[in-house]
Design a protein around this ligand. Structure first.
Ligand SMILES: [Zn+2]
Length: 232
């Protein structure tokens, strides 16, 4: 068997392993990425908190209006009961009534504007709740996809490891050492194929005598320029 070709095959397996590691990192990142759904949740929580506060304000306002209405009823009762005849006292009650009416109108105006705000905020909460649900669905789908990818990568890695081990078993120790050293030095590409009588990695024109030796493949031949192991 041509040693060069075995090394080329080994390199392909190693490159595929590298590619798998990259894909695994991506899939793991994708699996852990919850930025979109976290943002949607925070958005919803903000709107909900705002709505709660507005509703609380409205309840307080309604309580205040209630007690004001009671006071007004008392003043009116005294004012129109006929029991009070003192002019000064009557004038005072009249002033009280006017003041209370004015205050009540103010409270009612505030309640109206609060109710409008509550309506708008409530609509915003509904929109944000739907957005959060969408985002959750999307994130779950993304996670599922990432998980599937990881399972596929597990299977692929196991197969690659097996193929790699059986291939390495067919190569002698010095050849493997040379390959491993070059692989580390040349960013995973220890082996270069000959294309148009040149090294495909650096373009060096390989002399004809070497070309035939490379074809036979009983020994390792290195590119005189880039130092990689040459293969047909
Ligand atoms: Zn070269």
């Amino acid at each position: 068997m041509n040693v060069n070709l075995l090394l080329l095959e080994l390199q392909n397996l190693d490159l595929q392993s590298q590619e798998n590691a990259r894909a695994r990192a991506d899939a793991e990142k994708q699996y852990a990425d919850s930025a979109a759904v976290d943002a949607a949740r925070a958005d919803l929580e903000r709107a909900t908190t705002q709505l709660d506060a507005l509703e609380h304000q409205l309840r307080d306002l309604e309580l205040e209006t209630g007690s004001l209405t009671d006071k007004l009823a008392l003043v009116n009762e005294r004012l129109y009961s006929g029991r009070i005849t003192n002019a000064k006292e009557l004038a005072g009650l009249n002033d009280d009534e006017k003041m209370l009416q004015k205050r009540k109108r103010e409270l009612e105006d505030r309640a109206l504007s609060l109710m409008e705000k509550i309506e708008t905020t409530n609509a915003a909460v509904q929109t944000k709740r739907a957005a959060f649900a969408d985002s959750s669905t999307q994130t779950n789908a993304q996670r599922l996809l990432a998980q599937n990818n990881l399972h596929q990568l597990d299977a692929s890695d196991a197969e690659l490891a097996q193929q790699r081990a059986s291939l390495r078993a067919r190569l002698d120790a010095p050849t493997l050492r040379s390959y491993d050293q070059l692989r580390a030095a040349k960013k995973g590409r220890a082996v270069a194929q000959i294309k148009n009588a040149s090294c495909s990695q650096c373009g060096y024109a390989v002399p004809a005598g070497l070309l035939s030796r490379i074809k036979v493949g009983s020994e390792l031949v290195w590119c005189a320029n880039c130092g990689r192991i040459l293969t047909p």
